[in-house]
Ligand binder design. Sequence first.
Ligand code: OXD
Ligand code: MN
Length: 609
Amino acid sequence: MLRPRLGIPLLFFHSRLSRFSRVNRALQTWVDEVASVTKPQRVVWCDGSDAENERLIAQMLADETLQKCNPEKFPNSYYHRSHPSDVARTEHLTFISTDKKEDAGPTNNWMSPEQARERVWPLFSNAMKGRTMYVVPYVMGPLGSPFSKVGIEITDSAYVAISMRIMTRMGKAALDQLGDNGEFVKGLHSLGDLSPERRFIVHFPQQNEIWSIGSGYGGNALLGKKCFALRIAGAQARREGWLAEHMLILGIQEPSGETHYVCAAFPSACGKTNLAMLVPPASFNGYKIFTVGDDIAWIRFGPDGRLWAVNPEAGFFGVAPGTSEKTNPNAMATIRKNSIFTNTAFTSDGCPWWDDMGGDAPAGVTDWKGNKWIPGSPEKAAHPNSRFTAPARQCPSISPKFEDPLGVPISAFIFGARRASLVPLVYESFDWNHGVYVGSSVASETTAAATGAVGVLRRDPFAMLPFCGYNMGDYFSHWLTMGAPGNANGVAKKMPKVFHVNWFRKSAEGKFLWPGFGENIRVLQWILERSRGKGTAVESPIGYIPAKGGLNTAGLQMQPNAMDELLRIDPKGWAAEAPQLTDFYNKFGDRLPAEIRRQHQMQMKRLGL
Ligand code: OXD
Ligand code: MN
């Protein structure tokens, strides 16, 4: 463990790992060491059982960390408010700690391991005094899958413990998978004093370790998610030859009965959960969408040379506002039971509520800060980044392959962004390397998922800007290497085609041009056709665009010319944005792969620059 070597005597507690069938010595030692520094009142090893969950919930109801939801309308569901200064990921307080600054790269905040020991470690001293320390073993990925990995989160938050039970395979099963000598990712979390002044989320990718203090917000505190499954796993994936990506995974069943799977990367709060649970419109009779994952994909070569993906998570931690019967009926059905709602509003009859949930605002709503909310008031009742935490298996569209240890074969990668102008509804890259360039050039307007200004255009390569645990220049190289011609598992690699989509393009009057939601299946249909070498397209300077009539718009009510505008390429506009991308690439110095620079030059040439 990356702690100062103080020679603190180890303390022993009544609750010990030896209660379980397996004893992993490294784990026991680490737990004892952490306890000797954080000094909790007691240590509880979580077994993941119903009885334990009920016990934790009863305790949180008693100390008012949770409120019970209406048992008829939202059975076994609970409402939680986090501290008002702790409602989103805090990217400026998130660090990658590597020996060399260059290994964290220009897009991450870097902290040297020495600084971490001096600035952050002391905050853990006595941090759990008077509190319970929960030892939360969990598996990311289906149990027993060659993709899956074990993590242990030590936390003093019961909210984190019960949330990890939804979001991961948590408890005894994880210790069984870990065994006596298995390796695990160490995650140490304490609420600390919740002060943003003393809030740090530090990752040690060389040691497979995470320290998080001062925040109870999911993205900072549920360490299996962004911290492990993306930042630490991303570095592991590079070392081990696979990919850990900020991508949903969905299956599209066609009328023939065949199902094809795609992975799609979008920046936070850009509709990944909605796309993953899409309900096709009536005109798409015979099509069905299966949800494998809504946020993270772990991807490896399979025995057939194709890429196969699993969702490492077991639950959804989705943005509540924007979710309604109209936009995402599958999510609404998923969250009807066994769920946790955080920072939504709460109705007088014990139901979670958010401003665009549908229907009239009920009377007697309490807002996310706990104040009485007046319908029609300009303040939103729910925080824009308020969340639901719900078991994935409850989703009506969950894929029968969700628990498949081998995952699903991927037919296409899709990158998406929120762009009011310039970027067309869909385009296809020329080849793998151009696809990596397209991923590396993603820029999107910011959302409420992270603290900071909303609606500002920022570069967000592969939708991984906040989640890449190492130098992003090396990350681009890793993607190029994955697709380099050659064999994987003794057979020729078969790489998926790469696409870019933008559901958010607006007209000159500021209206969305594309209806989005269920209608997005039309774009997925073209993507699948293209990935099979069919479908019609025309070449443009940025990639292939659907040919006139190539995209199925039958039955769509759209403004005249909207489709032309959605697919319009404005070479001048692209050319005007190119220098900004050059500046971004220049930040990586010699860590930017020459191939990305070459692709950029070729694109500029195609744009007439
Ligand atoms: C998330 C995020 O919570 O990307 O998934 O912020
Ligand atoms: Mn996400």
